[in-house]
Design a binder for this molecule. Structure first.
Ligand code: BES
Ligand code: MN
Ligand code: ZN
Length: 500
């Protein structure tokens, strides 16, 4: 989908604009938004509103084919109550436009919505929601169906009407939003691919392709090299599978050579059976999504590459499969992590932390400005926060509060929100082991917090944050599928860092 910016100065210029369709907003009291009024030269719009065919309720639409203007069609979009426009009203309007556009006979369109009408949201936010909704609507995962669902009609070229003074900022915004959408597409597709296709080797190949496309250096370490690094905690998770593990490193050096990089670490369990601590059968297919941390890091690197972001960003992905077998790790086994700390593996289903801890030790060598790990780490995080917010964990000092705020702000700016959770010594006590430095589980209470506390023990040499995306990375039920989160949060966090 192609996006561009159009400016209109004269009041009636929009009525002369040639397009397959112009989308304009109307409010619940039947009042026309400014662009709608400018387009209403033949009173076609006001008559349609008067007829009662459209209420103006947020998310409603009405398509007019006799326009009285140069455009072939006008799409009236309900925005909700004027003066009290909520961001969710704008989002539902954006989604309604996206749905309507996807079935139109027209291939090009203009969206002329008021971009300054929402409390606490700026024009950039409005443009991002529109690009996000339009791109999400046309995403399809049909590569494994013999009959493709790919649309034959629908709008392919979308222009946004903005005031002249905003044009250049708006161009930057849509370029960034399209890059984020490209990243999310990759993240969704990797998540949706089944574990017999999306293996650690497949993730490594994907990383290499990104490297070729965007001139990023890519390193893929195999089992022997992982052994040489003494990552026995990571390797313990691979004991039950014949699928070769991969440790993937991607470097985007868009900043100054001496600038400390931001490091993103993504959990890449391509399938999580639980191992010997086997998961129940119902819904186990969803554990193909257990590499969504890795997928969101790869998606973010794609967005970073597309934008040629002026920042040093390194992606690190430990990837393997968690399977039971005669050679699998047993509950009670003790391993020595790369950091030297020993771990009693009381539950082989708490495997994410076992691969992440070694990756978090490995990244010390980059002397990072900050490290953010991303993982579908705990079912407990879904219990705590549901599917709305990712769990955000850091230590609690000035440095980490600042990093946490950067991530929270990036989340709010994109609707890809996170919620901060505590890391405290009182929870650390739950990880006590009688036989090793720590256990890999902390018992039923506060499961997502004890998981974060485990990781915290491997991150004391740098500023670090952990995102638990178990509830946000995919949807279950009829609309089962990967969401592409938290690519918007991560990418926006990096954009903001690059601008600092
Ligand atoms: N990948 C799972 C976490 C998960 C579960 C994500 C359900 C999304 C939906 C993780 O490896 C896991 O199994 N965690 C265990 C930890 C427990 C054994 C301490 C869990 O959450 O049950
Ligand atoms: Mn598990
Ligand atoms: Zn897992």
């Amino acid at each position: 989908m192609d996006f561009s910016i159009k400016t209109f100065d004269g009041k009636n210029a929009i009525a002369q604009f040639k397009s397959g369709c112009i989308a304009v907003g109307i409010f619940e009291d039947g009042k026309l938004s400014e662009p709608a009024a400018a387009l209403d030269t033949a009173r076609v719009i006001s008559n349609a509103v008067k007829s009662g065919d459209i209420s103006g309720k947020a998310g409603t639409t009405l398509l007019l084919r006799q326009t009285g203007a140069a455009a072939q069609r006008i799409l009236l979009v309900g925005l909700g109550r004027q003066g009290a426009l909520a961001s969710k009203d704008f989002s539902s309007a954006a989604q309604a436009i996206a749905r309507a556009f996807s079935t139109l006979g027209a291939s090009d369109a203009l969206i002329a919505l008021p971009l300054d009408a929402i409390k606490d949201r700026d024009a950039a936010w409005c443009l991002r929601s529109l690009v996000g909704a339009l791109r999400d609507n046309i995403y399809r995962f049909d590569q494994l169906k013999s009959r493709k669902e790919s649309a034959t009609s629908g709008v392919r070229k979308v222009a946004f009407a903005v005031p002249t003074a905003m044009a250049s900022a708006a161009r930057t915004t849509i370029t960034q939003a399209a890059a984020i959408a490209d990243g999310m597409d990759l993240t969704k597709t990797l998540g949706n691919l089944p574990a017999n296709i999306c293996t650690p080797t497949y993730l490594a190949t994907t990383a290499r392709k990104l490297g070729d496309e965007f001139a990023m250096a890519v390193e893929v370490l195999d089992r022997k090299q992982i052994q040489a690094l003494k990552m026995a905690s990571f390797l313990s998770v691979t004991n039950g599978t014949v699928e070769p593990p991969k440790f993937i490193v991607i470097r985007h050096m868009g900043g100054k050579a001496k600038d400390a990089p931001v490091v993103l670490v993504g959990k890449g369990i391509t399938f999580d059976t639980g191992g010997i601590s086997l998961k129940p059968g119902a819904g186990m297919d969803e554990m193909k999504y257990d590499m969504c941390g890795a997928a969101s890091v790869l998606g973010t690197m794609r967005a970073v590459g597309r934008m040629k972001l002026k920042l040093n960003v390194i992606a690190v992905i430990p990837s393997c499969e968690n399977m039971p077998s005669g050679t699998a790790t047993r509950p009670g086994d003790i391993v020595t992590s790369m950091s030297g700390q020993t771990i009693e593996i009381l539950n082989t289903d708490a495997e994410g932390r076992l691969i992440l801890c070694d990756a978090l030790t490995y990244v010390e060598r980059f002397k990072p400005a900050a490290v953010v790990d991303v993982a579908t780490l705990t079912g407990a995080c879904i219990t705590a926060l549901g599917h709305h917010n990712s769990g955000l964990f850091t230590r609690h000092d000035a440095d980490h509060d600042a990093l946490a705020d950067e991530l929270l702000v990036a989340g709010r700016a994109t609707g890809d929100t996170a919620w901060r959770m505590p890391i405290e010594d009182s929870y650390q006590e739950q990880l006590k082991s009688n036989f090793a430095d720590m256990a890999n589980i902390g018992g039923p209470p506060a499961g997502s917090i004890t998981a974060a506390c485990f990781l915290e023990r491997y991150t004391r040499k740098y500023t670090w944050a952990h995102l638990d995306i178990a509830g946000t990375a995919w949807k279950s039920g009829a609309a089962k599928g990967a969401t592409g989160r938290p690519v918007p949060l991560l990418t926006t966090f990096l954009i903001n860092r690059a601008a600092k």
